[in-house]
Ligand binder design. Structure first.
Ligand code: AP5
Length: 236
């Protein structure tokens, strides 16, 4: 499929403006945040992770974050009203990679009501064995949020971030019982979005069981990404 057709053109003041709005989907631990970081670095698009935005709101004792905390600890979705309020103000960019939002059809509708349409969806497909191994070894920087894995992507110094020198931590919801609940929630509420975006003709299934470089190469090999990348280069 030639995804370049999905690049939305907007005519502004004598300028043609291209948008690059990517949604990255996949079960918990599939590697969405890891790939989104790579896209951000490579293409200069903003990484908007609903999970990170929620964890930041909890850390700051923001009332919406405090309300969301109990849901996150259980591994279920936080109410749409909370996540939509937190996400709305971040979605004004022309180029971004959305990670973790939308997560159900009500959230898709909210997005579309705001006239925000994603250009391409990357669906990371991984086995359950991979999910368990990735989540159980995950560690994250307390300061800059960089994602590590004890075996697969370990920091140079034990439990210290290579980027900023701060400590790494394990997420509260990365415990076995909560992981089970998160997987169940994904299957019951989020998986149906795959069909929704497939019907729109913008879904790209990516086999994501391998190493991150191999997965990223598959993504940058997609026609839509290739064309968009060369347009970005030509502009800079
Ligand atoms: P969120 O933070 O979005 O969690 P998630 O979807 O469960 O996804 P994860 O962050 O666990 O995994 P990931 O796919 O990003 O994997 P990562 O790259 O870190 O949401 C948390 C909670 O917030 C939800 O349960 C819910 O309560 C709430 N929430 C969030 N959004 C919401 C919404 N829209 N509506 C309502 N509630 C919402 O990788 C995992 C590990 O694997 C890392 O250690 C990494 O280093 C390693 N790894 C990654 N790729 C590879 C690879 N290719 N090879 C080897 N190791 C790898």
């Amino acid at each position: 499929m030639d995804l370049s057709k999905k690049v939305r053109l907007r005519v502004g003041t004598n300028k043609i403006k291209f948008t690059m709005k990517i949604l990255i989907m996949g079960p918990p631990g599939a590697g969405k945040g890891t790939i989104a970081e790579m896209l951000q670095k490579d293409l200069g698009v903003m990484h908007l992770s609903s999970g990170d935005i929620l964890r930041e709101a909890v850390k700051e004792n923001n009332p919406l974050g405090l309300e969301a905390k109990a849901y996150m600890e259980k591994g279920v979705l936080v109410p749409d009203s909370i996540i939509i309020k937190l996400m709305k103000e971040k979605l004004n960019e022309d180029n971004f990679v959305l990670d973790g939002f939308p997560r159900n059809l009500a959230q898709v509708k909210q997005l579309e009501d705001e006239d925000i349409k994603v250009d391409a969806v990357l669906n990371l497909k991984v086995s359950e064995k991979t999910i368990v191994s990735r989540i159980s070894g995950r560690r994250i920087c307390t300061k800059c949020g960089k994602i590590y894995h004890l075996q697969n992507m370990s920091p140079k110094k034990d439990a210290i971030c290579d980027n900023c020198g701060n400590k790494l931590y394990q997420r509260e919801d990365d415990k076995p019982d909560t992981i089970k609940e998160r997987l169940k929630t994904y299957k019951e509420q989020t998986e149906e979005l795959i069909k929704y975006y497939s019907d729109k003709g913008i879904l790209n299934n990516i086999d994501a069981d391998g190493n991150k470089e191999a997965i990223y190469a598959k993504i940058t090999g997609l026609q839509w990404i290739k064309k968009r990348k060369s347009k970005l280069r030509a502009r800079s």
